[in-house]
Design a protein around this ligand. Structure first.
Ligand code: ATP
Ligand code: MG
Length: 488
């Protein structure tokens, strides 16, 4: 029996059987149990248990079911992809289950619902909501990230129950309990080491403990250090590049990217930047660039067509394709190389502000000329730049006509900015004076009108008329470039 039993992984063997066995999570426990006991007289017909991996969500549902006498009908995310599956389950769930002739309640457990993605599973999501509405049994869901936008509709119909990340102390407590039950000798430092590494994931910690105990019969810090690799952490771009180039087999190169902090778009830029530093043979380089450019074509197609099946090819090409390219001079793969940050990313970061100003400018120009912002950027802004450097006086009129900001003037005029701004100030002053003069003229006209006995109201009309003609003049001045451009 001992041999048989040993085959059951410890995470299953030591799964909490009773609610009290679930370590920590007191708030979650009481909230969940009272919700379950009051069902169907509850505010929300479903419950959504959320929290980090391996902290006891699934365990609590199973322990509560065990203790309170429920059956658990469990489904995983992949099961509720299709609406028809959910209908089938709903039918089964609607019937009360019997065991040994005794009627028992049933919990429908939908584990790891973060697997549902919005668009493609829309049918599944709909069916799930319907299931929650009609089920004669409590529906319980678990998720790691409840704020995932795809889960919003589920959130709205669910009692939200939060699980906390387990502390190091909680993890050590469970590990000790298992060691005692298994009669395994273990060093406290070793348990501490395992718990530290687990970062609150008790499942991971129990698996580590089991691996050590199985291998050595006891658990020591020395063994723990030697055997437990650092958790699969994400590699930085430099490590990623080294692993891709050094890969002996295609799968190694692919794995290097899957373990990277870089996404495939960034990885493409990094590889592109550093290929010529790693490979020296022209033919090897050609092969590598050929693979990378094909990957780029696929990535472009994915963006245009939304066909994500192509991603696998793109990734193969940019990892394995690049790694296998060093055929004439395979030693190049292992050469230590100082990798550079992709120039394109640097440039984009450096020019981010300027690009934002240019984009704002383009939308102003586009709306005035009734053209697209792309045309404004490519054809009109270069022209404006020439005007702003060659003819600051005229530029000043454009600044007022288009209400451009100082930053935009700086972008267009460069070192000429102060000159343009001086003209702008002068123009503004002139305009104010002009307005004063026209106001005075209007007042005189009104006086005159009164004298000849005309209606008092006509004064306002005259003033309005004078103002309007001033406005027209202004528009004509600011607008002559615009009308020129729009005729073009
Ligand atoms: N709070 C806990 N008390 C006791 N054991 C726990 C606890 N949390 C996790 N475990 C142990 O870790 C294993 C995994 O836990 P569980 O399946 O409940 O995690 P989970 O929160 O559902 O994680 P995931 O989000 O990955 O599904 C369980 O089999 C159990 O042995
Ligand atoms: Mg779980």
């Amino acid at each position: 029996m001992a041999a048989e039993e040993r085959r059951v992984p410890w995470v299953i063997k030591y799964r909490p059987k009773r609610i009290a066995d679930v370590v920590n999570q007191d708030d979650a426990k009481s909230k969940f149990v009272s919700w379950l006991k009051s069902w169907p007289n509850v505010r929300k017909r479903a419950a959504l248990l959320y929290g980090p991996p391996g902290c006891g969500k699934t365990s609590l549902v199973e322990a509560a079911a065990n203790e309170l006498g429920y059956d658990v009908l469990e489904m995983n995310a992949s099961d509720f992809r299709r609406a028809s599956d959910i209908e089938r389950i709903a039918m089964r769930a609607a019937r009360a289950s019997t065991l040994f002739g005794r009627k028992r309640g049933r919990i429908i457990l939908l584990d790891e619902v973060d697997g549902i993605s919005g668009r493609e599973d829309a049918g599944g999501l709909e069916a799930l909501l319907r299931l929650i509405r009609v089920a004669e049994n409590p529906v319980v869901m678990t998720a790691n990230d409840p704020w995932n936008p795809n889960l919003r509709p589920l959130r709205d119909v669910s009692e939200l129950i939060e699980f906390k990340r387990l502390s190091k102390r909680d993890v050590i407590k469970v590990l000790k309990r298992i060691c005692t039950a298994e009669k395994i000798e273990c060093e406290n430092d070793a348990l501490n080491f395992i718990a530290e590494r687990a970062e609150g994931d008790l499942r991971g910690a129990i698996n580590d403990l089991e691996a050590l105990a199985e291998g050595f019969g006891r658990v020591t810090l020395e063994h723990a250090r030697a055997l437990l690799r650092p958790r699969d952490r994400e590699h930085n771009p430099f490590e990623t590049l080294r692993n891709i180039f050094m890969a002996k087999y295609g799968w190694q190169a692919k794995m290097a990217l899957s373990q990277s902090q870089l996404d495939y778009e960034q990885a493409k830029l990094w590889i592109h930047e550093n290929l010529p530093h790693q490979y020296s043979d022209p033919e090897d380089l050609w092969r590598a660039y050929e693979a990378l450019s094909k990957a780029d074509v696929y990535l472009g197609r994915i963006v245009r067509s939304g066909d994500w099946d192509l991603l696998a090819y793109a990734i193969d090409l940019m990892t394995a394709g690049v790694a296998m390219a060093a055929q004439n001079n395979p030693r190049d793969k292992y050469r230590w190389t100082k990798y550079n940050f992709p120039q394109k990313l640097l440039l984009m970061a450096r020019t981010r502000k300027a690009r934002a100003i240019r984009d704002d400018l383009a939308s102003i120009v586009a709306s005035h000329l009734h053209i697209s912002t792309a045309v404004a950027k490519n054809e009109v802004i270069p022209l404006l730049k020439t005007i702003f450097t060659a003819n600051p006086k005229y530029a000043a009129r454009l600044v007022l006509g288009l209400s451009l900001s100082e930053k935009m003037v700086e972008y267009l005029a460069g070192p000429n900015k102060s000159l343009v701004m001086r003209y702008v100030e002068e123009l503004k002053r002139l305009k104010e004076e002009q307005a004063k003069v026209s106001r005075a003229a209007a007042a005189t006209a009104a006086e005159g009108a009164k004298e000849v006995g005309a209606a008092a109201a006509s004064g306002a009309k005259v003033r309005e008329g004078v103002d309007r003609s001033a406005k027209k003049r202004r528009q004509r001045r600011g607008g002559d470039l615009l009308s020129y451009l729009s005729k073009k």
